[in-house]
Structure formats: structure tokens, C-alpha cells
Design a protein around this ligand. Sequence first.
Ligand code: PXL
Length: 265
Amino acid sequence: MRALAVNDISCVGKCSLTVALPVLSACGATVDILPTALLSTHTGGFTGYTFLDLDDEMEKICRHWETLGLEYDIIYSGYLGSRAQIEFVKGLKKRFLKKGGKFVVDPVLGDNFTFYKGFDEGFAREMLGLCAVADYILPNETESFLLTGERDFSKALKKLAEICPHPVITGAESKEGYRLYYWDGGEETMRLHKVEGNFHGAGDVFAAAFAGCIGGGFSLKGALSVAAEFCSRAIERTAVEVTDRKYGINYEKELGILTDAFRGA
Ligand code: PXL
């Protein structure tokens, strides 16, 4: 399986490409990367970070790749730094996705019902346009609200299913606990193991594992189960091992869950 991960490089604070590479590799993928921006740290909880937009470089990189005839079984996109990048990433599907390949979009917009720095309603509308060309989208509960205006998960899921065949709302909290809401021809839910607290980067770890499982031919339910198991084990470990949560989650010693899931695959 050949995968393309389109995401930023946050040099410190495990998320985006620094997470996508090892996680997709553990799923058996050959991983190519298209960096969208270079930051000294991610933007969630650090101040004074540097930010270099890689817009111009992305087009040059892709032009070179076209001369190599590269094609991907899976294209997974995450944090995009500008509206122009959203347009650009839409075009990657046509340029590089293999016939029958899958396009997984994590519409990174915000958390805790607020936008990450630099994003606003206009950006969310553009992101909805990218979701419309994806096979799978992975909004968290904040992003599902920012994309649809609905706080009710069932209503939000239904709206998202009108534009994308397989939306997955990750980490939806309700009276009955913590669940994934996903659309597989109709509404489905999956119970999640909840650990109290906020774990930066967990969404990226989940998304990369999910993309790897989909690229590896797992069913939607199968991919969600493996990614959820991997991510909750990493979060449990982080709850014990890490005090400063902006540095990301300790997923490294749980990668065996992915390699085991792919043994023989
Ligand atoms: O984890 C999502 C993410 C990715 N990339 C950057 C971010 C964030 C969230 O804060 O700031 C640069």
C-alpha cells in the first residue's frame, strides 16, 4: 500500500506529519509526505511559534512527482494552513489517487468548540468543500458543529452524509458516554473508552491509524475498531506518563496493536 500524507510538520508537540509517518508505516504503508507548513511547534497551547507556509513548494513538489508517475492507494489530509491549500488538496485526488484508491480528510478546524488560531467560519466553509470530494471524513465533535451548525450528533452526521459517503464524528460525548458516530449506509455508533482530560494530537493519531486501516483494505467498522483501540491505549498510557499534554500522546509503545492487526494482511 502506498500512502500520501498531506499535513504540516510541527517540529515539537507530536501531531500531524510526525505522527502520520510512524503510524501509517506501522500499518504496512510506504508513506510519502506533502508538508503544508513548517512550524516550530503546533498552535494548540504554545505561544511564540514560528510558521512557514509551504504553498509555493507544494505545487513544485507535485509537478516533480507527476514526472515520476506516482499513484496512491490512500491520500490522507489533515491540517491545512490556508484556503488556497484547501483548493490545492482537492486537486490532488485527480492528480495522484489510484483508481479505486481512497481519500481520507480530517477537516482540522478546532477543538473545545473554538477554532484553532488562524481559522474562521469562511475557512470552515472551504473545508466543507474539501469534505465533499472525500470518501471518508473525520471531524471531531467541535468540527462537526463548525461544519454543520448542528450540536446534535445524529443531525450533524446526517448533514455530513449528504456531502460525503462516510462521515465519522470522533469523540462525541453524550449522556450514554463517549461514542463514534459514523455513516455506513445509515447511522451507526461505536462505544469508546473515555479517559478524562484533553489529549492534544489524539485526533491525528486516530486519523492516521484509520487511514492506514482503510488503505489496507479493512471495512469501515474494522478500521474504526482498530484505530479506536490503538488510540485509547495510547491515551490511557499518556494519562499516567505525561503531565504536560500539549506535547502529544505516547502512542509509540502501542504501535504493536497496528502491526498485529496487519500481520498476515
Ligand atoms: O493536531 C491538530 C493540529 C495539527 N497541526 C497544527 C495544529 C494542530 C492543532 O492545534 O496547531 C499546526
